[in-house]
Design a protein around this ligand. Structure first.
Ligand code: KIV
Length: 434
């Protein structure tokens, strides 16, 4: 496959908090274990979190947000265990993920986050405070000046503990006044923040609005050239992946996401969508004329671990993906209509823009060799091909007769016919013609 080279894990630039030496490199920050676990009903045990974190490391994610340590003793212990085990497991190529803990902008939260992650080789504290008028006035009951002071103190406090990798998020940035964002972000950089994460907390932005916001922040925040800009896009309008990519197009070099796109309400940007979009299109369609890098955006994710990780997250959270979910849904590589099946039998690239193997899904795990579902829209070619695979080489008249009966049965059978059903049709037909 022409795209096969893209699926290998790439050599990643050296990890330096707040700096990326290769301007085309996009860091993947996975928050399945924090924002993802905030999906209603998706509670995970410490053991499950550890196993998922180990799979995230196999995928090669740059930063694992392991939890919200102040939230409960269990969460603290889970984050600490991940920091101590996964955060110290160095791969042969020198890669070890950053382990991050979330905290509100107060000393108690930050202390807990630091205590939980500090055993990792690369620990990060992520602190946040809301900056939109509605959040500051009605949720925090604070003036903008007070919010700036709290944010600056939070970053300084994290630094005073010995943390050198500090992420700051202005919560609800997507509905905040850009002028206020310039001010607060300039101040937290001076205080020691190394990553500025821009959350579209309510999924309110259109891709062009969110991209323009990232661009404006990079131009107007003092010291912007010394930090990494990051996106954190919620999916309330189904735009989380598009908004994250628009952020990358405008210079964000860390994208926050979750496996299967789980998260608060309608979820978060999905890791598999972002990674495969950048993997398939990042080399040709991004950054042209932006003056940042050569226009070949890439991540260091090895997508062959996507399917096992997606299945593990579904099983442990109890949240199944909808069948038509991009990349990891059960139907993502299935073909039902006769025209599509005919194309697939002749050349799989007619209807598949990536191979299932490239995301760790083996063709054998699907209904037939070509990912073909034999249902009421299927054509004679698909039925004949499957019968041949099963060892039945029927002449034209017999195939026509079996196919006629197949159509009658398929009209009534939801989910398509299995191999047993097809074999029954062939033996019925043989019985009739004897
Ligand atoms: O959605 C959000 O704003 C968040 C921040 C804490 C990053 O989850």
């Amino acid at each position: 496959d022409a795209n096969e080279a893209l699926y290998q894990r790439k050599t990643r630039p050296e990890y330096i908090p707040g700096r990326i030496d290769d301007p085309d490199y996009v860091r993947i920050f996975d928050t399945t274990l924090r924002d993802g676990e905030q999906s209603p009903g998706a509670t995970l045990t410490s053991a499950e979190k550890l196993e998922i974190a180990q799979n995230l490391a196999r995928l090669g994610v740059d930063i694992i947000e392991a939890g919200f340590p102040i939230a409960s003793p269990d969460d603290f212990n889970a984050v600490k265990q991940i920091a101590d085990i996964v955060g110290n497991d160095v791969f042969d190529d020198g890669y070890v993920p950053v382990i991050c803990g979330l905290s509100r902008a107060n000393d108690r939260d930050i202390q807990a986050a630091w205590d939980a992650v500090k055993g990792a080789i690369r620990p990060r504290v992520h602190t946040f405070i809301a900056t939109s008028p509605i959040h500051m006035e009605t949720k925090l009951n604070k003036t903008p000046d007070e919010v700036v002071a709290i944010a600056v103190h939070a970053v300084e406090f994290a630094k005073s503990l010995g943390c050198t990798d500090i992420e700051f998020s202005p919560e609800d940035a997507g509905r905040s006044d850009p002028e206020f964002l310039y001010r607060i972000l300039s101040e937290v950089i001076k205080a020691g923040a190394t990553t500025l994460n821009i959350p579209d907390t309510t999924g309110w932005n259109m891709p062009w609005e969110f991209g323009a916001l990232i661009n404006k922040l990079r131009e107007n925040v003092e010291g912007a050239e010394n930090v990494i800009f990051s996106t954190h896009c919620q999916n309330d309008l189904g735009l989380a992946t598009a908004n994250s990519l628009a952020g990358a197009l405008n210079g964000a070099r860390q994208l926050e996401c979750t496996i299967n796109g789980i998260g608060e309400r309608a979820g978060n940007a999905s890791l598999e969508e972002i990674v495969m979009a950048l993997s398939l299109k990042g080399s040709t369609h991004f950054d042209e004329g932006m003056g940042i890098g050569s226009g070949k955006l890439y991540t260091a994710i090895n997508p062959v671990h996507i399917t096992p990780t997606s299945k593990m997250v579904s099983e442990y959270t109890g949240m199944a993906c909808q069948p038509h979910k991009a990349i990891v849904g059960a139907n993502a590589f299935q073909h039902e209509s006769g025209i599509h099946q005919d194309g697939m039998i002749k050349n799989k690239s007619t209807y598949e823009i990536m191979t299932p193997e490239s995301i760790g899904l083996m063709r054998g795990e699907q209904q037939s060799g070509a990912g073909i579902v034999l249902g009421k829209h299927s054509g004679r070619n698909a039925v004949g091909t499957r019968l041949k695979e099963l060892g039945y080489d029927l002449d034209v008249d017999k195939l026509n007769a079996v196919f006629k009966r197949f159509k009658q049965v398929a009209e009534r059978k939801k989910g398509g016919l299995e191999d047993d059903d097809l074999e029954a049709l062939v033996s019925d037909q043989a019985g009739l013609s004897n």
